[in-house]
Ligand binder design. Sequence first.
Ligand code: SAM
Length: 373
Amino acid sequence: MDDIERTIHDFVADVLLEGEDISFDERTPLLKHRLIDSLNVEELIAFVESEYSITLSDWLHSKWETIESMAGLIRAHSPRSPEAAVSKTDVTPDAIATDYEKSVARYWNEKLNDPINLLLGAEDGLVHHHYGLGEYDPAVLSGSGADREAAIIRELHRLECAQTDVVLDAFGGMEPDGRLLDAGSGRGGGSFSAHRRFGCWVDGITLSQYQVDFATKQAARHGCTDKVAFHLQNMTRTLFPDGHFDRVLTNETTMYVDLAAAFGEFARLLRPGGRYVCVTYCVNDTIAPTSADCEAVDAHYGTRMHLRSEYLAALSAAGFSPSQVTVLNAQTIPYWELRSHSEHRTGVERAFLDGYRSNVLQYVLIAADRLPS
Ligand SMILES: C[S@@+](CC[C@H](N)C(=O)[O-])C[C@H]1O[C@@H](n2cnc3c(N)ncnc32)[C@H](O)[C@@H]1O
């Protein structure tokens, strides 16, 4: 337990249980377990609010059902939490300005107990928030119970790592002294993979302080804090100087931003000849400008996916010349089929499968080079 978890644990144990002999730890579900019967939730909320100078009123109960998840939210929100202070120095003052940006930041700050992502990265410390590519081994479906689920999880992770490999291949190499921006870095899985592959410097940026803190801890675990760092910054208006990067990556993040603003910023950040690689799901507008499947995916994640045609138009307008455009529907469909078998499926699988199979939704990789200005 860290300091925050210990503080909440002690409060629950000493004050609220009033001597009852109930065994619990930071993962015990406070709101589902019988603890809730004896636990004065109002008192606990008041304690946390005053101890950490935060307001809990707009937080979903489901997000603080355990001591662990409460502690995660506190870390992400509290100005007095030591972890929240890790990257205070390079927070862009207006990184999270619009109502939409606030909703995106809140979504990722509150995504704390997501087994479909955390379990997959538990073994090797590479936690991804993107999907997978390639055929799965059907043998993983032949077992039963916990063994079967563990095999599915391992296989999903293998496919997500294979996706990262395809994305990194599109950079066509990089020098160890090169600099890569991972724009929308999530929990850092892609940043660590890029550093492992190229030995390069990596800056990961995200709108979520929780993710900055999580990935910063993972960097220590991977022993690469000297070259890989995470920051709370907005990819449409970063703090980095002109021409600072040799490569920019967006792996399933551009559905959250205005393309002209993001690509304009990437053109500023990349040295001439530098390469930008983007993977995204998008609307195949040669078939229809939207569809029920695309809308279901957007509704599930709070994204605003763009039309495929908008990508190439916005890249050209920002001074990029595409060198690769690949539609990856066939390669990602097996991942979604396998994920549909997992106990940890989230309900969005059907929309992705139907969308990709009917081609109204496309999973696209684009590599583009920054033209000399
Ligand atoms: C689906 S996750 C992808 C994470 C990561 N690229 C991966 O492959 O695992 C989307 C990420 O984009 C980030 N994001 C969304 N809008 C952003 C913005 N305007 N600036 C920086 N990051 C943003 C979110 O905070 C989140 O980390």
